[in-house]
Design a protein around this ligand. Structure first.
Ligand code: ADP
Ligand code: ASP
Ligand code: MG
Length: 595
């Protein structure tokens, strides 16, 4: 008998009628011969209501008590679902996170799953029950109730599917699948039949709220197919699997994080160890940092900018005060009126010209880009919040995301062509049962012979980035990393790209033309750098990756000149002479987690 996990989100159990509809789906699946585990969220907006109550009795509710409170939302709905199933003549038992043996660490409100003891669930299934599991919660070693972070029921569901060896994990929600962008923001968004783990992980982490990004880490690690579908109909939705929908498309989706904040640490001494101080202080608060941009040092000092979610801004600024003092930075500025717009696609790792298409679309829409960062499968730009929707629409249009790719594959086609065993099987074999959500690294690599070109004093107005990357692409130069950030006080920005050392001359020539055309302050090029890459799963959400990386490099007196992050890779640019030493350091630092 096959086992399936069915997860129902808040809107899908918002009232008695919807609870009965969800119950009917589970009963039907059982009647069709499946063993069924349901994972259920709190009813409707109940979690928000509880949070609001907490804020009314305390300005800063203790995190432990918040979890105690929030977990009750799910406890209500599992009991009601079990009653509904019972009334339909089937057998059901509801279980809280603790009762079903979900052990987590003790990071209240953001806890990670360590282990799941499946014995009790299996016993209940053997007895013919439908098991109704409370989503989003677990217990720590001291039996404190913990929660996994907003949207965390998805992670409960995929984790259960993984450890129970479920055939599939069905996510029932209020949309009928995954779209090229949030259909509530852009009605022209297209529902996709299939999306790859890597793309979904990156999109979810960059703002696509349809799935909790950590659930995709589980799915990828354990090879669990996820079916996202509507709880209000029976039509097929979107399959999240290892394969992408299209091999040819550069971009598969766009995402918006509306409530983002930019923080800049000014005048950071350009010596090894300063990034470590800054980012480890923030990582300790379990705040995920994105869009890290470090200006090339001017008079031995650099400005380091990055973004965090706006809700994490206060914690970030607090953590930064002491760190900034320790390293002798000259100040901290921030802007909480910004949004992040990103495009994601496996195809861009092998295609050129993706960046300038995005920047051109934004320029034509009159959107000014404040910061840019790229990684192998995503490009993110920071824009002012009042231009966020316009920016998202322009980008969605530019990549024609509303149109089906010509080489689009359906899930049926992909399934037919599937290899029996994927790399993931080997990875799972090497994971131990007590470290389910631990950091998983798959490789550490060195790319030598790189060069960097920096354009300084770029006027902060629409269209210049587009011109820049069109010119570079026309010259046939393949640009790897791109970062743009604020440069000094006059509102101008600096843009740094990395290219292969053999392209340095050509790229410098283009940069010099651009300098004259746009009255840039200056252009600098330098060879002799190397790129260190750490690859894995869920690297941005595991906030300690950056810390470990910076620490091990600082220990060997290696300065990090540039850095970019995604869920799949963290790249650091360092002095080329120290490439091998840097790689050795990282191998040592990550020895315990490299699989
Ligand atoms: P649930 O309560 O079922 O977990 P969520 O509200 O967490 O539901 O997620 C579903 C919502 O995610 C949709 O209503 C939609 O507005 C939003 N969403 C954001 N990005 C996307 C996307 N790319 N595709 C589909 N839905 C998206
Ligand atoms: N009820 C929790 C929330 O609203 C968890 C979830 O729905 O996934 O965030
Ligand atoms: Mg959700």
């Amino acid at each position: 008998m096959t086992l399936i996990v069915q997860k129902f989100g808040g809107t899908s159990v918002a009232d008695a009628e919807k609870i009965r509809a969800a119950a009917r789906k589970a009963v039907r699946a059982q009647q069709q011969g499946h063993r069924v585990v349901m994972v259920v969220s709190a009813m409707g907006k109940n979690t928000d209501t509880l949070l609001d109550l907490a804020s009314q009795v305390s300005e800063q509710p203790p995190a432990r008590e918040l979890d105690m409170l929030l977990s009750t939302g799910e406890q209500i709905s599992v009991a009601l679902v079990a009653m509904a199933i019972d009334s339909m003549g089937a057998k059901a038992v509801s279980l809280t996170g603790g009762q079903m043996g979900i052990r987590t660490d003790n990071t209240f409100t953001k806890a990670r799953i360590q282990s799941i003891d499946t014995a009790r669930i299996l016993r209940q299934l053997d007895a013919g029950n439908i098991v109704i599991a409370a989503g989003f919660q677990g217990i720590d070693d001291d039996l404190n109730i913990t929660t996994l972070g907003r949207g965390g029921s998805d992670t409960t569901a995929v984790a259960l599917a993984a450890v129970l060896g479920a055939e599939a994990c069905e996510i029932y929600t209020d949309v009928d699948g995954v779209y090229t962008t949030d259909p509530r923001v852009l009605p022209e968004a297209r529902r996709v039949d299939v999306i790859s783990y890597d793309e979904m992980l990156e999109l979810a982490s960059l703002g696509a709220g349809v799935m909790h990004s950590r659930s995709i880490e589980f799915a990828k690690k354990f090879g669990v197919p996820i079916h996202v579908r509507s709880s209000f109909s029976d039509t097929d939705g979107t399959m999240i699997v290892a394969e992408p929908e299209s091999e040819a498309a550069a971009v598969c989706g766009a995402a918006l994080t509306r409530d983002e904040a930019r923080v800049t640490v000014l005048g950071v001494p350009d010596v090894p160890g300063t990034s470590l101080e800054i980012f480890s202080a923030i990582a300790e608060q379990k705040v995920a940092v994105d869009m890290i941009v470090q200006n090339v040092a001017n008079q031995e000092r650099a400005d380091i900018s990055f973004t965090v979610q706006r809700s994490d801004l206060d914690a970030t600024l607090q953590a930064l005060q002491a760190a900034a003092r320790r390293i002798g930075a000259t100040g901290i500025t921030h802007d909480d009126q910004v949004s992040k717009v990103s495009v994601v696609g496996l195809g861009m790792a092998v295609q050129t010209g993706v960046a300038h298409r995005m920047f051109r679309a934004l320029a034509d829409a009159g959107v000014n880009i404040q910061m840019i960062t790229t990684s192998e499968i995503k490009i993110s730009v920071l824009v002012s919040r009042d231009q966020a929707d316009k920016a998202l629409r322009a980008v969605h249009q530019a990549f024609e995301l509303h149109v089906e790719p010509a080489d689009k594959k359906s899930w049926a086609q992909i399934r037919a062509e599937r290899r029996k065993k994927t790399d993931v099987d080997d990875l799972v074999a090497r994971l131990h049962g007590d470290e389910l959500e631990e950091l998983t690294l798959t490789g550490i690599a060195l790319t030598p012979e790189q060069a960097r070109v920096t354009l300084r004093g770029v006027p902060d107005s629409p269209g210049i980035a587009a011109d820049m990357f069109e010119s570079v692409a026309d010259a046939g130069v393949f640009v790897d990393m791109i970062v743009q950030g604020i440069d000094g006080e006059d509102g101008r920005t600096s843009v740094t790209v990395t290219v292969a050392a053999s392209d340095l001359e050509k790229c410098l020539q283009v940069a010099d033309d651009l300098r004259q055309r746009h009255q840039l302050r200056d252009v600098q090029g330098a060879g002799g750098i190397a790129k260190l890459t750490v690859s894995g799963i869920g690297l941005r959400s595991h906030t300690n990756v950056g810390t470990l990386m910076f620490r091990s490099l600082a220990d060997a007196d290696i300065n990090v000149e540039m850095i970019n992050t995604s869920e799949l890779q963290v790249n650091a640019v360092i002095d080329g002479d120290k490439g091998d030493l840097g790689k050795q350091q990282l191998n040592k630092a990550f020895a315990g987690v490299l699989r």
